[in-house]
Design a protein around this ligand. Structure first.
Ligand SMILES: [Zn+2]
Length: 101
């Protein structure tokens, strides 16, 4: 979901669904964002089993009743990630962000 501000490079992970390798795959989820979006029937049971306590927050885009991420929070996250040394950070799907807070 989301850039993480850290001084250490994130370790590469392998998606359990498609087998792709990326530093953008959270170790706790075990599946890539493309699979969560495009193959949720396969990806969500894996990520939910891996980290059930945070499951509903990780998949906020699947549950439209949860509040959307605000533009302000997204931009603050990008600024924090860049301040931490990450170079390729962008906000995707801006049209889904909220301007309510
Ligand atoms: Zn995948």
């Amino acid at each position: 979901m989301w850039p993480v501000a850290t001084a250490e490079p994130l370790p590469e992970q392998v998606c359990s669904v498609c087998g792709s390798r990326s530093r953008l795959i959270a170790a706790q989820l075990g599946v890539c964002l493309d699979c969560i979006r495009d193959r949720p029937q396969e990806a969500l049971p894996i990520s939910d089993a891996a980290h059930p306590a945070a499951g509903h927050r990780q998949h906020a885009f699947v549950f439209p009743d949860l509040p959307r991420t605000s533009v302000r929070h997204a931009e603050e996250t990008v600024a924090a990630a860049r301040a931490a040394g990450l170079h390729t950070v962008r906000i995707g799907n801006r049209h889904l962000l909220s301007r309510e807070y």
